[in-house]
Design a binder for this molecule. Structure first.
Ligand code: NAD
Ligand code: IPM
Ligand code: MN
Length: 363
């Protein structure tokens, strides 16, 4: 299998974690005789500094020519005073729009070994396995008009969705639910927002195409609570852009750390893969970052762009195995480090590769 992968490592811990994801993919390629060609390009703050724009033209060009894009993270405190359209985050939103993927899959899986790391009781989180399907190209992030009018002292953003935009992401969520536990929870704010009323009506229409999937609707405020009280009750959670952004970070509480969460964005010209976490300026450059979310994102590249299910599952199994063996990055040792081995970003990456190799070579 040949894959052209563009790596846009970005800022902060982005380069640290993507290095480990790329190394894991190279290990998979070496074992299976696959040809994965990696190219690196700038995005985000590093591109603002070096190229004067958060998404340089050659990065976008390379992205459109690749089979998959792996993004680390963008953003840094030095850019916080910039307006939204000049910030590192604007580069991320621009590449998302250009690649066209509208369904952002964010699986949140509660590894048993990490239950102690969650502030929730082990009996609440153990076995939780939620797949968020976050609409990624609509809503407040992209709706027009948007402005901060400094003369009038007003600012506005627009939450807008078309029926088609809702239906296409809903179809993907229903299809995925059909292959899982056959339950879909659609999250909205239909008690207040017209956009959410359209969302709910459209989801109900699409649901008729998937009679085997049970549908429920939750308001986003209540959902934020249900996720913490009874995460195991949820299978696929479908929601709009901003609600999905917020709820997926909240699901880090179920998994034990934000550093565990991967994502894949599908449905467009080129799939985009990014861990859920950001550039984590507070820990950048110190070897403290958890690379497992990025490595699991690499597994999603194998699954969704390479059709390499065995290899994707081998990475996931290796992550489980290193956790079983007691290896942790510092964010995963908050519940106490007794009996555990706390590793740096690079050491954790190496441990996963070693384990992947053992598993695939044995198989
Ligand atoms: P963040 O996700 O960067 O960090 C939140 C907290 O989680 C921090 O305490 C951080 O140390 C910790 N954390 C995150 N990832 C970790 C990992 N892999 N290992 C260990 N700990 C980890 O969110 P933030 O601090 O709110 O934002 C920082 C910057 O990142 C901002 O500029 C924001 O816009 C940007 N951001 C970018 C992306 C992206 O590029 N995909 C996503 C989210 C935030
Ligand atoms: C995420 C991030 C991004 C988002 C930001 C950095 C634009 O928070 O991927 O979750 O809000 O989509
Ligand atoms: Mn986010």
């Amino acid at each position: 299998m040949k894959l052209k992968i563009l790596v846009t490592a970005g800022d902060g811990i982005g380069p640290e974690v993507t290095n480990e994801a790329v190394a894991a993919l190279k290990e998979i390629a070496a074992i299976g005789g696959h040809e994965f060609a990696f190219t690196e390009k700038r995005i985000g703050g590093v591109a603002i500094v070096q190229d004067g724009t958060p998404l340089p033209a050659d990065t976008l060009e390379a992205a459109l020519k690749s089979d998959a894009v792996l993004l680390g993270a963008v953003g840094g405190n030095e850019f916080n005073a910039l307006p939204p359209d000049k910030r590192p985050e604007a580069g991320l939103l621009a590449i998302r729009a250009a690649l066209g993927g509208f369904a952002n899959l964010r699986p949140a899986f509660a590894f048993k070994e990490l239950a102690v790391n969650s502030p929730l009781k082990a009996e609440i989180v153990e076995g939780a396995d939620v797949l968020f399907v976050r609409e990624l190209l609509g809503g407040l992030y992209f709706g027009q008009p948007r402005e901060w009018n400094k003369t009038s002292g007003e600012a506005w953003n627009t939450m807008r969705y078309t029926q088609d935009e809702v239906a296409r992401v809903a179809r993907i969520a229903f299809e995925l639910a059909g292959k899982r536990r056959k339950k879909l929870t659609s999250v909205d704010k239909a008690n207040v927002l017209e956009v959410s009323q359209l969302w709910r009506a459209t989801v109900n229409e699409v649901a008729k195409e998937f009679p085997g999937v049970m549908v429920e609707h939750q308001y986003v405020d209540a959902m934020a609570m249900h996720l913490m009280n009874r995460p195991r009750d949820f299978d696929v959670v479908l929601t709009e852009n901003l609600f999905g952004d917020i709820l997926s970070d909240e699901s880090a509480v179920i998994t034990g750390s934000l550093g565990m969460l991967p994502s894949a964005t599908i449905g467009g010209k080129v799939n985009l893969y990014e861990p859920v976490h950001g550039s984590a300026p507070d820990i950048a450059g110190k070897g403290l970052a958890n690379p497992l979310g990025a490595i699991l994102t690499g597994a999603l590249i194998l699954r969704h762009s390479g059709g390499l299910e065995t290899e994707a599952a081998a990475i996931e199994a290796a992550v489980r195995k290193v956790l079983e063996l007691g290896f942790r990055t510092p964010d995963l040792a908050r519940g106490g480090s007794q009996g555990l081995t706390v590793l740096s970003t690079k050491e954790m990456g190496a441990k996963v590769r070693e384990t992947v190799k053992e598993q695939l070579v044995r198989a």
